[in-house]
Write a protein that binds this ligand. Structure first.
Ligand code: FES
Ligand code: FES
Length: 126
């Protein structure tokens, strides 16, 4: 509830190194994530979520979990870890946490594409 009422890292990063947009076909919610990456470390992360309270809370906590971490650590972030960090979510809201995991991965994939690297060769993004 705290992450829904007071979400962290809301906004956009200009000239982001990686941007990922994912949507949930079931509910129509959309999550956009922006990454600043220096020397393999995620130095800044912001998000914009047009969606339910659980989607906002999961994106908020996911940004806190990956900020300052290395790319490969961020790639190992699972939706289950996001749910745990929030202290649990109702079963019908689990798909909202999947959106957060996918948004992180999609933004990192975009980062690799911008670097001229085929992201499908990166463990965790295959
Ligand atoms: Fe928007 Fe219910 S889906 S109010
Ligand atoms: Fe769709 Fe939460 S209800 S992301």
């Amino acid at each position: 509830m705290d992450h829904f009422a007071h979400p962290r890292n809301v906004g956009e990063i200009e000239n982001a190194d990686g941007v990922g947009t994912v949507g949930n076909a079931k509910c129509g919610d959309i999550m956009k994530m922006f990454l600043k990456i220096d020397d393999g470390v995620i130095t800044d992360v912001k998000f914009k979520t047009f969606g339910c309270g659980a989607a906002i809370a999961t994106s908020s906590i996911a940004t806190e979990m990956i900020k300052g971490s290395k790319i490969d650590e961020a790639l190992s972030l699972t939706n289950a870890a996001v749910v745990d960090a929030l202290g649990g979510l109702p079963a019908v809201k689990i798909h909202c946490s999947v959106l957060a995991e996918e948004a992180v991965k999609s933004a990192i994939a975009d980062y690799y594409t911008k670097q001229g690297v085929d992201y499908k060769t990166i463990p965790g993004l295959e």
